[in-house]
Design a protein around this ligand. Sequence first.
Ligand code: TYM
Length: 332
Amino acid sequence: METVVSGIRSTGKLHLGNYYGALSNFVKMQNEYNCFFFIADLHSLTTHPTPHGLQGTVRQVIVEYLAAGIDPEKSTIYVQSDVPEVAELYLYMNMNAYLGELERATAFKDKVRSNPDNVNAGLLTYPVLMACDILIHHGTKVPVGKDQEQHLEMTRTFGNRFNRLYDVDYFKEAFAFSYSDKLVKVPGLAGQGKMGKSNGEADCIYLSDSETVIRKKVMRAVSDSGPTEMNQPKPEAIQNLFDLMKVVSTADTLQHFDELYNKCEIRYGDFKKQLAEDMVLATNDVRSRIEDISNDDAYIAKVAKMGAEKASESAHKTLKEVREIIGIKRFY
Ligand code: TYM
């Protein structure tokens, strides 16, 4: 059975981008594959969370994994830092990751541009740690959103380079995965680019947002005064709202509003109302489970412990083999 590995950083509440890009696929994949889903708390250290804040966000992601339907009996759910073998593998793999390729990574360049005062080495070597998350379990399928495609390419580069350097056929190639034909990019409500917390609260619909908050955010989403010509191409902000509708609504609903747009008969108030209702519907189940699970400390602890044990077993075996391949040996 193929092994699936993926993770989400502990940076706060999960939004529709995380859900449709990653989490919803996790839930489907657990019935078909050997799955490891983790909370990437080490990756989230690049932005220096407070100790209290970090603990809260790790817990939040565990809760939301469970609320979305990841079954801890079927999948291994664990916190990345509970498996320190990953950090050791990261040290070894850093020796074969080159400055030029790391500096060229799109996500790194974006971070440098958006936050030039915090260009730390952890940010630079982020793709190496991510590769290790996957390689440590010999993962071959990685459910992620479109923005992570390049990191998967780098994962293959690092694994293949290791194999060549030590003349072994050890690490397998991993590929980004989505059930749809293309990797998903969920746009945000702020009018530009993909949904993300760094674009501000108003850009994101969180899985834990109440119905009222969802409606408010959608009604305030960036739009314009409407089309002035028939069949006119949609400006980015409007296209984004249509793309969001494609994600949460039925094909009929999408087609209905598309036709109205093309006939210059669309009323954005109605359009947004429909979009908001479909988002409410899409998140109803997860939202109600978040509240229930969030109160169950004992269950959360049990899941984290069980996952740490299972993930450690797999990671320990890999690390032992990697040390042997590299030539790291105990002389006592
Ligand atoms: P993070 O926390 O930034 O994102 C987690 C997942 O959510 C997806 N995602 C989106 N997908 C579609 N549209 C969006 N607007 C959107 N926003 C976020 C991301 O593509 C991702 O799948 N680097 C990873 C975390 C990670 C990881 C790994 C993933 C660390 N190690 C190993 C897979 C395997 C990340 O992007 O986290």
